[in-house]
Structure formats: structure tokens, C-alpha cells
Design a protein around this ligand. Structure first.
Ligand SMILES: Nc1ncnc2c1ncn2[C@@H]1O[C@H](COP(=O)(O)OP(=O)(O)O)[C@@H](O)[C@H]1O
Ligand SMILES: [Mg+2]
Length: 253
């Protein structure tokens, strides 16, 4: 639950309180197991909002709460995989588990199981530089899954993949989600992708970002990352998201 969250970055090198207002009074809630996508123009504050939810940037005002369960951890999948290049696929996951308090033996065992779960049992001892983009993305997803996060935060997670790999990893991810009933907040600038995967799309304004509109996506599940774009009703939903987006500033005088 995100309540009246604002984030202002301090101005670099000054003591001024003004700085950049990146997120402006945003409130929304996500039901357990729900998949919410957030779209909006570049620089509108999407990444800042996710980081604020994750506790990676301080809130200037407002509040973030994670329901009533004991689990408050978040799993974060960035656009870049953010894997440690000098650690193997397995060690990257083990490190996350160790930081979350697991013993070395437990971490190793669980990392193996997670890698098998994402179809990479044979890549455990390979380094990120030896893996393809799609494989690295799957390691990053496995790492985020490692500590059973209450919520999965994804920031343009598939944007850097080539089209074919994106479909492969996207479908892979949708299948994992269907099994785990994971709650997801998924930031993307790709409107088609947002409608294809999400239960609900939140549309942000130009920065400082506010949520302008909320569009429910009642397309059937299970979804297919690619084929769901051709089902009845998709075009209409996509059009509604486009119409809710603010006009491009590049077209304005
Ligand atoms: N670490 C930072 N320090 C100062 N300003 C920042 C920082 N990160 C982002 N910003 C500014 O905050 C605004 C929102 O950025 P961001 O959240 O990255 O937007 P988006 O992800 O939607 O493209 C932009 O004006 C950006 O320049
Ligand atoms: Mg961003």
C-alpha cells in the first residue's frame, strides 16, 4: 500500500531543500497476487517510485506498507541484470540468500534449486559474461525470487532484451508467476507489454509524476507475453492507455 508518497531529490552540492520533485503525492494499493503495471513518459518518476517502495530512496513524505503478513521483503529486477560479474550464477544467488540470513549450506542448496527452476541447472558455475542476455535475466529473476519477497518490483526488466528473447523470458516469467501467485509491480515504457501482462495499468503524468489514470485489464489468464496481444479486447485496452498518457513534450513548442 503506497499512501501519498512524494520523493524529492536534494540538489547536488547545495544545502537547498528545493531539489527535484520526482514523485508527487502518489497513492495506490496492490492486492495479494495482483500484477500491476506502471507506465509513463521518460523521467516521470517511475524508477524513483519503485526505489521508494523498495526503501532504496528515502520518502520525502507519505508511507509504504506491506499488508499484514510478516514478509516485508521486496525482490527487485532492474533493467540491467545487476549481477556481480566476478561471481558465478550460483554465487550471485547464494550471496543474496546469505545477506538475507541463510547459512552457506542452505544458500547453496536453495540456489541450485532456483537455478533448476529457471531452467539453468547446467549454468550454475558459469560467470555472467559466459551467459546470454536471456540467461542472465533468468538468473536475476531467480535471485529476486530467492528470499520469497512479499512483492516483486520490476523496472523495465525486459527492455534491454532482443525481441525473441524478450518473448521467451516474458513467458517464462508469466509461468513462474502463475505458479507462485507472486504480487508484482512492473514498470515499463512499453504500453503493449503493460497491457499484455498486467491486471491493472497505472498511467503516470509527466514529472513530477502523479498517477493520472488507472485502467483495469480483464483479459483472460493464463496470459502469453506475445499472443495475448492478439486476443479480443486488447486493442481497445491499449488505445485507452495511450489516450490516458500525457502528450509528448517533444511535440510541444
Ligand atoms: N539520484 C538522483 N538525483 C537527482 N535527481 C534524480 C535522481 N534520479 C532521478 N532523478 C530525477 O528524478 C526524475 C525522475 O527520474 P526517474 O525516476 O528515473 O524517471 P523514469 O524512471 O520514469 O524515467 C527525473 O527528473 C530525474 O532526472
Ligand atoms: Mg526509469
Amino acid at each position: 500500500m503506497v499512501t501519498k508518497v512524494s520523493v524529492r531529490y536534494p540538489q547536488r552540492g547545495t544545502r537547498q531543500v528545493s531539489g527535484v520533485l520526482a514523485v508527487n503525492d502518489v497513492s495506490f494499493s496492490v492486492a495479494p497476487g495482483e500484477f500491476v503495471a506502471i507506465v509513463g513518459p521518460s523521467g516521470c518518476g517511475k524508477s524513483t517510485l519503485l526505489k521508494a517502495i523498495a526503501g532504496l530512496v528515502p520518502l520525502t513524505s507519505g508511507n509504504v506498507a506491506f499488508g499484514s503478513g510478516p514478509e516485508t521483503r521486496v525482490g527487485f529486477v532492474f533493467q540491467t541484470d545487476a549481477l556481480l560479474p566476478w561471481s558465478t550464477a550460483s554465487s550471485n544467488i547464494e550471496l543474496a540468500l546469505r545477506l538475507a540470513g541463510a547459512s552457506a549450506v542452505t544458500a547453496r542448496d536453495r540456489a541450485r534449486k532456483l537455478l533448476a527452476h529457471v531452467g539453468l541447472e547446467n549454468a550454475a558455475e558459469l560467470f555472467p559474461g559466459q551467459l546470454s542476455g536471456g540467461m542472465r535475466k533468468r538468473v536475476a529473476i531467480a535471485r529476486a525470487l530467492a528470499y520469497h519477497p512479499a512483492i516483486f518490483l520490476m523496472d523495465e526488466s525486459f527492455s534491454a532484451l532482443d525481441a525473441q528473447t524478450r518473448i521467451h523470458v516474458g513467458n517464462f516469467f508469466l509461468t513462474l508467476l502463475a505458479e507462485s501467485q507472486q504480487t508484482v509491480v512492473f514498470v515499463t515504457h512499453d504500453i503493449e507489454e503493460a497491457v499484455a501482462v498486467a491486471d491493472r495499468v497505472l498511467v503516470m503524468s509527466h514529472g513530477p509524476g502523479r498517477i493520472e489514470r488507472e485502467i483495469a485489464v480483464p483479459l483472460p489468464r493464463p496470459r502469453d507475453y506475445h499472443a495475448s496481444r492478439f486476443v479480443a479486447g486488447f486493442d481497445d485496452l491499449q488505445r485507452r492507455v495511450w489516450q490516458a498518457l500525457p502528450a509528448s513534450r517533444e511535440l510541444e513548442q
